[in-house]
Design a protein around this ligand. Structure first.
Ligand code: SF4
Length: 115
């Protein structure tokens, strides 16, 4: 006869493997939540990203050949730069979920409308 007062009789038996698998799943779920909470911390665009390369994006606009870029064109004064003009990094509509350098540039540059 089963003794219902003794939890060892009715609780599911958990092996060491099942315990650590559950703990691992909980850790993954928790890390996912923390990433969600830190959504404002955008990943910086990698200059070697295929889109960045196709658009000639660089973190430092001053490294671009003068024949390709007018000297007054930077991400911070581009219409697609989503930050303030003095932000070092901010989102850009060309690179969803990523940040570009305020001092950067790419060939999509367009003048920011005056405020
Ligand atoms: S679209 Fe504008 S803000 Fe975005 S990377 Fe190019 S120059 Fe910079």
């Amino acid at each position: 006869m089963q003794d219902y007062k003794d939890p060892r009789q009715w609780l599911p038996k958990m092996t060491r493997r099942r315990f650590f698998t559950s703990a691992g799943a909980a850790a993954v779920a928790t890390s996912g939540l923390s990433q969600f909470a830190a959504a404002d911390d955008l990943v910086r665009v990698d200059e070697n990203d295929p889109t960045a390369k196709a658009l000639n994006y660089v973190h430092d606009a001053k490294t671009v050949d003068a024949a390709k870029r007018a000297s007054d064109r930077y991400c911070y004064n581009c219409a697609l730069f989503e930050g303030e003009s003095d932000d070092e990094w901010a989102a850009c509509g060309i690179f969803p979920g990523k940040a570009v350098a305020g001092q950067g540039w790419c060939s999509v540059w367009a003048p920011k409308a005056p405020k």
